[in-house]
Design a protein around this ligand. Structure first.
Ligand SMILES: Nc1ncnc2c1ncn2[C@@H]1O[C@H](COP(=O)(O)OP(=O)(O)OP(=O)(O)O)[C@@H](O)[C@H]1O
Length: 266
């Protein structure tokens, strides 16, 4: 299986300030790593640095190949990145935008072929977007836009998928649908997934392993049960939480109201 990711000593500065410091991680082919951390911890910066969109120091290897020095087309065949808030050209249709994921496979100044159209349609169908294929991006809801961005990344058919907050704008049903779909692709096609995700409980249900970032540095990593602990979550998120083992043994995280909170509104 392909798609093993190794990151060594990855550091990046933004606005003259270090925002990512010496991050190391390993994801085996076909595994799912969830990157969690409080606002501003450096999660997006980590994915952008891994994808090569942001200048950084350190190494990112996919199956032993350093990806950050590769020409964009070759890099895009190894790693697909779905950003959290991309700029979407409002006049482009959903289909045209998703088809852009095929760019690394289409010859320069060439046109897409039947295989490119077939892959694009199949992803749109799997993401419940086929009915919106002809809709301009400027006329979509936030959740529809988010699924379109994911569609473009899946259409790219890279062995490594980097997803920045893929579920934030989605309703409950679509959150589940998208995460289940990513999980099925991972199991069926051996995709390696690295995702940032704010809902740490949800992250713990899907990921094989987790990385907790705080202040741009890794502070805990490993299986969900090692990272989703009450001491770590309360310290780094400044939140009161309860962590209990779920039916499948994975930790369930819930917020606990402080004792002085007013009772229910009557
Ligand atoms: N263009 C920029 N210039 C300067 N600082 C930046 C820039 N973009 C982000 N930062 C800073 O870098 C740090 C890390 O930001 P990043 O977006 O990676 O955090 P995050 O963990 O993804 O946060 P969130 O959970 O809020 O999305 C933050 O302190 C942020 O203010």
């Amino acid at each position: 299986m392909t798609g093993g990711v190794v990151v060594r000593d990855l550091s990046a500065d933004l606005g003259g300030r270090p925002v990512l410091s010496e991050v190391a991680l390993t994801v085996a082919p076909g595994e799912w790593l969830a990157v969690i951390g409080p606002n501003g911890a450096g999660k997006t910066t980590l994915l952008r640095a891994m994808s090569g969109l942001l200048a950084a120091r350190g190494e990112v290897l996919v199956d032993g190949t350093p990806v950050r020095g590769l020409p964009p087309r070759r890099r895009a065949r190894l790693m697909a990145y779905a950003p959290q808030t991309p700029v979407l050209p409002p006049g482009l249709t959903v289909y045209e935008y998703a088809l852009l994921g095929r760019t690394p496979y289409i010859a320069y100044l060439g046109r897409e072929g039947p295989r490119d159209r077939e892959v694009t349609w199949s992803v749109l169908e799997r993401l419940d977007l086929a009915g919106l294929a002809a809709r301009p991006l400027g006329q979509l809801s936030g959740g529809e836009r988010q699924r379109v961005v994911l569609a473009r990344a899946l259409v790219q058919q890279a062995p490594v998928l980097l997803l920045d907050e893929p579920t934030t704008a989605l309703d409950l049903g679509h959150q589940q649908h998208v995460l289940e779909l990513v999980d099925r692709l991972r199991l069926a096609d051996g995709l390696t997934v690295v995702t940032t995700i704010h809902d740490v409980g949800l992250a713990g249900q899907y990921a094989d392993s987790m990385l907790l970032l705080a202040g741009g540095r890794p502070v805990a990593s490993g299986p969900a049960a090692r990272v989703l602990t009450e001491p770590l979550l309360s310290r780094h998120f400044a939140a009161r939480v309860a962590v209990t083992p779920g039916a499948d043994g994975r930790p369930q995280v819930s917020l606990v109201r402080p004792a002085h909170s007013p009772g229910p509104v009557s």
